[in-house]
Design a protein around this ligand. Structure first.
Ligand code: 15L
Length: 268
């Protein structure tokens, strides 16, 4: 794996992992709608709007593998999610197939399964339970990966990312937090593991309070170096500043689940 394309390269998560990707790969092609200002040695910037198939073709040229962080990264209206995360994701997979790119790491999200209660421990075999249009688009991306692996032989790993950062931000993030170094370790498994076909893993560090059974990732050799419990005081102090959310506090997706909620809690 020599040249890796990173979409969403102007975003916050990309900013945290770029230095580690530069160490791991000969060349990192950065792509985003927004310009990446601080392009470093070993990096190259190619602007693209993922809604545009021709732009997707350009960014896939000469690439061995892709880390697809791009798209809209929070809840949005249908037009926005559809363009960036549904059509955009399809365009990228299809451009990758046409360019002969053999590997795709798809940044899925915990919001693909956000409507599981926090009392449940889930693996990646259970049905998705999107907590909004954003989560729905992530379930779509996982299914797209399955199609391109089974039908076209691409090797695909979808990472249901919890929350990336140097520290967990609150009590919910103690369960789902992932340190950037651990995220890069998972991305490298997706790009380099010789036996990968199509897997879904959870993007979480070694978290005592995890809601997720991440045995698929561990089976592929994942060995997270960071533990959310080491930051428990910070996270709980931040939690104490937040208001109680009668719906969001019940579910793994937090405030994404309470946003516009009109369901029946007794059935969930
Ligand atoms: C996500 O998928 C979002 O991209 C991020 O902004 C956070 O909201 C994160 O989930 C989270 O659930 O904390």
């Amino acid at each position: 794996m020599k040249t890796v394309l990173l979409t969403g390269a102007a975003g916050g998560v990309a900013g945290m992992i770029r230095p580690l990707l530069r160490e791991a790969f000969d060349r990192v092609v950065l792509s985003d709608i927004r310009e990446v200002a601080d392009v470093a040695d070993g990096e190259e910037f190619r602007p693209a709007q993922l809604f545009d198939p021709a732009a997707c073709a350009r960014i896939c040229e000469g690439v061995d593998g892709i880390i697809h962080l791009g798209g809209f990264s929070v809840e949005g209206d249908w037009a926005t999610i559809n363009a960036a995360n549904i059509a955009g994701c399809y365009n990228l997979f299809e451009a990758a197939r046409q360019a002969g790119v053999g590997r795709m790491v798809f940044a899925s999200s915990n919001h693909a399964v956000g409507f599981y209660r926090r009392t449940r421990r889930i693996d990646t075999e259970r049905r998705t339970r999107p907590d909004g249009l954003y989560g729905l688009s992530k379930a779509f991306g996982e299914a797209l990966g399955s199609l391109y692996a089974d039908k076209h032989g691409m090797r695909v790993m979808s990472i249901r990312i919890g929350n990336v950062g140097d520290m967990p931000l609150d009590e919910r993030r103690l369960a789902i937090w992932i340190h950037p170094e651990d995220l890069v370790q998972l991305c490298r498994i997706g790009l380099e593991h010789p036996d990968l076909h199509c897997e879904i893993v959870y993007g979480a560090s070694d978290n005592d309070r995890a809601w997720w059974d991440n045995h698929v990732a561990y089976g592929l050799g994942y060995a997270p170096k960071h533990r959310s419990e080491d930051h428990v005081q910070h996270a709980l102090a931040e939690q104490a500043k937040l208001e109680h959310d009668p719906v969001g506090d019940l579910f793994q997706g937090g405030s994404f689940t309470s946003n516009g909620f009109a369901g029946d809690l007794d059935r969930l």
